[in-house]
Each structure stands twice: as C-alpha cells, then as structure tokens.
Write a protein that binds this ligand. Sequence first.
Ligand code: FES
Ligand SMILES: [Fe+2]
Length: 321
Amino acid sequence: MIPHQWYIVLESREIKPGQIVGVTRFGERLVFWRTTEGELVCLRDKCIHRGASLAIGKHHGDEIACPFHGFRYDKTGKVTLIPANGKSSEVASYFHIKRYPVREKLGWVFVWWGESEPTHEPVYFDNVDESFSWSSSRHLWPVHYSRAIENQLDLVHLPFVHTNTIGRGKKTLVNGPVQVVRDGNIAFWVYNEVDHGQKPKKAEDLPPPDFSRQHIHFIFPNMWQNYILDKMRVLVAFVPVDESHTLIYLRVAQKFVRLPLLRKLVDFLALRFSQVVLHQDERVVITQIPIATQLHMEEKLIPGDLPIITYRQMRERLKNV
Ligand code: FES
Ligand SMILES: [Fe+2]
C-alpha cells in the first residue's frame, strides 16, 4: 500500500448510528462507530488488553466497550475505564489504541493510512457533487488492488473483454493514448478504431484533451471515474482489503432523470449494465499472475498501455516519498 494517503474504505451508509462495524482493510482489522453527535470514529480493532475484537463490543454513549473484560475506549482510542480496577482507579496513558483519521465526503468514508497525521484533506473528483443520484454495489475480487486499478486504466482490452458491451465494434487499434497527468491523478481519452491496416495515430495527431468529453480519470490512491457525460458517471473505489483481496465499490451516478420512480429505475438499469461490464473484467483479471503489480516486473508492455505505465511510475514515486 502507498502510505500517507486518504483511501476510500467504505460507504457512509454502511455505518449507521448505534452500530459498531468491523472490517478488514490494508490487511488489518478496523472498527468504526459513530458518537452520539454522528461523528465517525475508526480504531484498530484489537483490544490492547488481550486482543479481542471491539467490533463485537457495546456502545456506551460516545464510547465503546470491549466484549471480553469491558475496557472502555473513547473516540481518540484512549481507555477511559478498566472495570476490574474499579471506577475510582486512574487509567495510565499507555492504555491507548491506534486511531485512524476519518473523513466523510459524498457518502464515501476516507481513512488516512500512515503513521503520521494527515497533511491535507481528502481529494475527490471536483465535478461530482450532491446533485447526482446514485446506486451502488460491492464486489470482492481475489487480487491486489493494483491489478483491479490497472484493469480500469486499460484501453487495449476493450474489444476483447467487452465484445458485446462497451467494447463492441472490433476497435482493436489503439490510437494515442491522449493522457493528462497532474499531481496525483491521471486522465485519458479513448480513440480506438477498427484496424484497416493503418498505423496507430500519435497523441499529437488526435484531438487535444477536453474534460467536457468522455474520459477516464483516476485519483491516487484508489478513486476512478468514467466521465460519460456531464450528467452521467461511473465511479469506482478500489478498496484494499489485504494483499490479495480488493473490494470494488461500483457506483453509477446521474442527474438527468429527476422523477423519483423513473430515477430509481434508471439508476438500477445503469448499475446492472456496469455490473455486467465489471464481471467481464473479473473473469480475466483474476487469472493474471502475479496478483500484484510493480514498476519493474516481467511484463512486456506496449504503447497502448501508457496509462498503466504512468500509474506504476506514479505509484512507485509515492511509495518512496
Ligand atoms: S481483551 Fe479487551 S478488555 Fe480484555
Ligand atoms: Fe474492462
């Protein structure tokens, strides 16, 4: 994992008031709950006493209690009460569990992964806001998240993997790619066409980058958008569960249908279509060896793989910061 980043790890709706939710992220058990004010808290899910999971513990106002011997934890991870020592005993300051900074934005839950405190606030696509309605689903893939991400940066696979959906038309020749790289994000445009024996066009011979046209946009470490139209997007978060599992949060967002019932139907059908596309990807991606990628590895990449090469280079740079 790249340290010192805001990762999307969940959707806000997965942690309802009064619930204590335990999940595995980054290969570690985390526990989430909300204070009485609704503030979201994330701690390492391993009681400092003898290692039990706090996720099966109980709420006590703004605090939670371990199910094993009742140690109480506040939202900073500090133990406020050790029942066996009695209410009148002070709790030493080393009774403290790791707390992870958390933020919520557009229904996503971000966790700051790293030893340091956050250096900035989470960044999301600035052209997505609350005016969209969306429906979403989750899909667990047995791959490292680098493979899942690279699949969504792959414009060579479209006519092979998605023959009857987004890759219809046998457009096997990859022109460009036209790509824009800014700090922490990659955007690119697809100009694939049918091969009549012509040479692929170079990026400079294709239309210049235009963010109002369909393009793919990725923000490190794990956010992806297919900007289909100003009013229609597919949004994905690649959530690292551990070194060999990724939870893909798929969200279809639109704002051109307003009527509630019709909107629900459109959201449902759009999500269904995106799920079909994702399953087409899954069938192949889970067969890739090795399950994680890195900058230097035994793969013979081609010019059409430019966004993947860029991703690997940027990832390597961020890992070494
Ligand atoms: S293991 Fe949690 S209080 Fe003992
Ligand atoms: Fe695909």
